[in-house]
Design a protein around this ligand. Structure first.
Ligand code: ADP
Ligand code: MG
Length: 284
């Protein structure tokens, strides 16, 4: 049995702007511990797919199909059953950490809060209530794992006192502290500088290896997907137009849209001129 089995998922938005069939008959499976990329241009239905899996679609959206997580159908579950799964087994991070973080609460407290909601680790199954000190220790350990500097100091900081990359690390800590089986990361590096983007990707690869968390990584940028994913789905206008391993997609793209995405990466490379002098800038 696959960890996630999405069968003929459809998402339809019905707002005053009209009706949009955002996701059309999307089917895919993923295994425990896998890193799956979903790539496609803006508006192709990547977020709608992610939000449907998380049960976070707005009330203007309706969806149908099957969403089997570990054999349980999310679409058929009651609200209470869903609440158990979402957050415990599946969690999500978004492009803009500042939208998800509360500006008025210290980040350590915000991550700690997750522990009072979700305690999923086997050693705590009989005792879901950790002491205050135990919770704090867990947060500091998690901050260590996501490589936040000086965990004790960071714990006491407010979101605005952190850099964009550090805020994203806090979000990752928050998403992973309940030890979910699946993390959905929707363009988590898009708002970051290229260097910081690479650091976050390295971190996700490490966490995937260390904790075995499966990851759905959503991006409009195929070059980012190439760095961390094993398998890729290419979405266009709400449909999956191509799927395969990263190697297959890059070496032998069949769909014209995939070819266009790959060509766009090569163009960017061409534009980066090699520098022939030793120092670009020297300040004395
Ligand atoms: P992506 O994440 O790939 O950029 P989305 O899943 O956000 O794309 O959007 C897919 C389609 O659904 C787009 O046509 C978009 O305009 C539409 N859409 C997304 N969110 C809403 C919404 N809340 N109300 C109405 N239409 C929406
Ligand atoms: Mg999106």
């Amino acid at each position: 049995m696959s960890l996630l089995d999405v069968r003929k998922l459809n998402v339809i938005f019905d707002s005053n702007r009209g009706v949009t069939h955002a996701v059309k008959d999307v089917s895919f499976t993923m295994e425990a511990g896998e890193i799956l990329g979903i790539v496609g241009e803006s508006g192709s239905g990547k977020s709608a797919t992610s939000l449907a899996i998380m049960g976070l679609l707005p009330s203007t959206a309706s969806y149908y199909g099957e969403l089997l997580f570990d054999g349980h159908d999310f679409v058929k579950m009651s609200f209470e059953e869903l609440r158990q799964f979402k957050g415990d087994e599946v969690s999500m991070i978004f492009q803009e950490p500042m939208v998800s973080l509360n500006p008025l609460i210290r980040v350590g407290k915000q991550v700690e809060e997750m522990l009072t909601l979700h305690v999923n680790e086997p050693e705590h199954q009989n005792d879901p209530r950790l002491s205050k000190a135990e919770r704090k220790a867990k947060v500091l350990e998690m901050f260590e794992q996501v490589e936040l500097p000086e965990p004790e100091v960071t714990y006491k900081k407010f979101p605005h006192e952190l850099s964009g990359g550090q805020q994203q690390r806090v979000m990752i800590a928050m998403a992973l502290i309940g030890n979910p089986q699946l993390l959905i990361a929707d363009e988590p590096t898009t708002a970051l500088d290229a260097d910081v983007q690479d650091q976050i990707i390295d971190l996700l690869i490490q966490l995937n290896k260390k904790r075995g968390t499966a990851i759905i990584f959503v991006s409009h940028d195929l070059s980012v997907i190439r760095k961390l994913c094993q398998n890729v789905l290419v979405m266009y206008h709400g449909e999956i137009v191509e799927r395969g391993t990263v190697e297959e997609i890059f070496e032998n793209p069949r769909d014209p849209y995939t070819k266009k995405l790959i060509a766009a990466i090569s163009d960017e490379r061409k534009e980066a001129r090699p520098i022939d002098t030793e120092n670009v800038l020297e300040v004395k």
